[in-house]
Design a protein around this ligand. Structure first.
Ligand SMILES: Nc1ncnc2c1ncn2[C@@H]1O[C@H](COP(=O)(O)OP(=O)(O)OP(=O)(O)O)[C@@H](O)[C@H]1O
Length: 337
């Protein structure tokens, strides 16, 4: 490992799903779920991914977890390409990278007691059952659950406690990287803060690196050092969390931040303009059909990621003018209407 080597480095990764043809003579359709995405996550830091439903966040998480293979690009963890591993490297990787999902109920076996649930990954990696289960009380204590929790089943826990159980299970094999896909979205607001504080505490104590996917911008800001904003499979803005979520440059991020300040969760956010179809994406800038700043350049040319300084990157033809407030709102959807 070199001094500046990040924990995760994605270089131009993409994932296209091919949907089966609807009829014998029909054509198979292709959905570009993730397109040309690049990012780096330094060791011990959190990279937050935000964007509306369907923008490709979970597909990136699945690629990092090796549940989906990218169709383009290169994905590395500690410098090693994760899709070119020997069986031994693969086994070590599956230990090093763990996940916590939104719905712990769906991922915790309802018939297993908590002590077995949290020790299951250890057993999967070859530890004898007794030895693995002997670690359960410690794991439960670390995530703030009482020792008697070991004898309970998932339905006997509250939502927040179940998520603590899922975190304990993920931590059991001493991972270095956690993929957190909406880990607090299903929790009550009061419990959310406690689970987030636990995640932050674990990160500081254990030096963990996080990929954190979230809908709620306040939650993402609390945990993230770097934030990437996704729109239609692409990262349209990336940079230091405070900067991106306080003074965004991309018109899409600006809209998300403005709408979120009205307390609406992103899933429920409505934007003006036409939402493009993933099967038939627009030319040029993908956001132009909903962007009040769009002009003919945005119809003709796909914007490249540009360096806006201080490690803040943005893919918008007009971001300087948008930020300065000098760009007239002449969106093509307004003119074409
Ligand atoms: N297995 C699949 N087959 C076909 N299309 C898929 C598959 N998985 C995801 N997609 C499509 O890829 C796009 C991105 O989906 P993804 O789940 O990554 O988005 P997301 O941002 O995580 O959304 P959400 O917040 O709702 O989870 C969507 O258009 C989705 O329909």
């Amino acid at each position: 490992m070199t001094a500046n080597e990040p924990m995760v480095e994605a270089s131009g990764i993409g994932k296209t799903f091919t949907l089966p043809a609807q009829s014998l003579f029909g054509e198979a359709k292709r959905v570009a779920a993730v397109v040309d995405v690049s990012f780096r996550i330094p060791h011990g830091r959190t990279f937050g991914l935000v964007g509306e439903s369907g923008s490709g966040k979970s597909t990136i998480a699945k690629m990092l977890l090796k549940l989906e293979a990218p169709t383009e690009g290169d994905l590395r963890v500690e410098g090693q390409p994760i899709f070119r591993q020997s069986p031994a490297e693969e086994l070590a990787y599956r230990r090093k990278v763990q996940a916590v999902f939104q719905d712990p109920y769906g991922s915790l076996s309802p018939r297993m007691r908590a002590d077995r649930i949290v020790s299951e990954p250890l057993r999967a990696h070859g530890m004898p059952r007794r030895e693995a289960e002997a670690r359960a009380p410690d794991l439960l204590r670390i995530v703030g659950l009482p020792p008697e929790a070991a004898l309970k089943y998932p339905h006997e826990f509250s939502g927040g406690q179940r998520q603590r159980l899922a975190i304990a299970r993920a931590l059991s094999v001493d991972p270095q990287l956690l993929v957190l896909d909406e880990p607090v979205s299903a929790l009550d607001v009061s419990v959310r803060a406690q689970v987030l504080a636990l995640l932050r505490d674990m990160q500081q104590r254990l030096g963990l690196t996080y990929l954190f996917i979230g809908h709620d911008l306040a939650v993402v800001r609390y945990l993230s050092d770097i934030v990437g904003v996704m729109y239609f499979g692409r990262v349209v803005e990336v940079g230091p969390a405070r900067q991106v979520l306080r003074q965004p440059f991309h018109p899409y991020t600006r809209r998300l931040v403005a709408l979120a300040s009205g307390d609406a969760p992103l899933g429920a956010v409505r934007m003006q303009g036409e939402l493009p179809s993933p099967l038939n994406p627009p030319s040029g800038c993908l956001f132009r059909t909903r962007c009040t700043y769009a002009d003919t350049t945005c119809i003709d040319q796909r914007p490249e990621m540009r360096d806006a300084g201080s490690e803040h990157m943005v893919a918008c033809h007009h971001y300087e003018a948008v930020v300065a407030g000098t760009k007239a709102e002449t969106g093509p959807q307004l003119r074409e209407a």
